[in-house]
Design a protein around this ligand. Structure first.
Ligand SMILES: Nc1ncnc2c1ncn2[C@@H]1O[C@H](COP(=O)(O)OP(=O)(O)OP(=O)(O)O)[C@@H](O)[C@H]1O
Ligand SMILES: [Mg+2]
Length: 133
């Protein structure tokens, strides 16, 4: 039950699917309606970044356990251009894409944990977690 869910991200419609799948898993894991919305919003932001900067990639959703807590892990993975300066990318207002530059810093505030693995030319992996308590 609740094995890994993988959503390929190739178009705007896939962002909606990832968002819905994330919300549904969060509900099954016992997150409040508010937390379900928060998790869905963070998923939208990283999925949108995949489309915008890498064109395609995937979102992977998992249940995670850390006794006595459990939670949700969201991994956004792509093989796009990568991020040269991760600390800069996490700052409010930094955007190389004419955006508001609020997506990644917003995710960091919405979720309990956020980690980025990326380097120029090697794609990007954003892992985010939220715990039920
Ligand atoms: N998957 C990715 N691949 C390559 N670069 C990325 C990726 N995700 C984010 N970035 C880089 O990090 C910056 C900050 O991302 P963030 O989501 O915070 O802002 P944005 O997408 O530019 O604007 P907003 O999300 O507010 O519309 C981006 O402008 C881009 O340079
Ligand atoms: Mg963004």
């Amino acid at each position: 039950m609740d094995g890994e869910i993988r959503v390929p991200i190739d178009s705007d419609a896939d962002i909606v699917i990832a968002r819905q799948q994330g919300r549904a898993l969060a509900e099954r894991l016992g997150f409040s309606a508010t937390d379900q919305t928060i998790i869905a919003t963070a998923i939208s932001e990283v999925a949108r970044n995949i489309i915008k900067f890498a064109k395609r990639g995937e979102i992977v959703l998992n249940k995670v356990m850390k006794n006595p807590e459990h939670g949700i892990a969201v991994t956004a993975r792509d093989q796009g251009p990568g991020i040269a300066d991760i600390q800069l990318a996490l700052q409010d207002g930094y955007s190389t894409g004419n955006g508001l530059g609020m997506g990644l810093p917003g995710c960091k505030r919405l979720m309990d944990e956020l980690e980025i693995k990326s380097s120029k030319g090697n794609g990007t992996i954003v892992t985010m977690k939220k715990w039920t308590m």
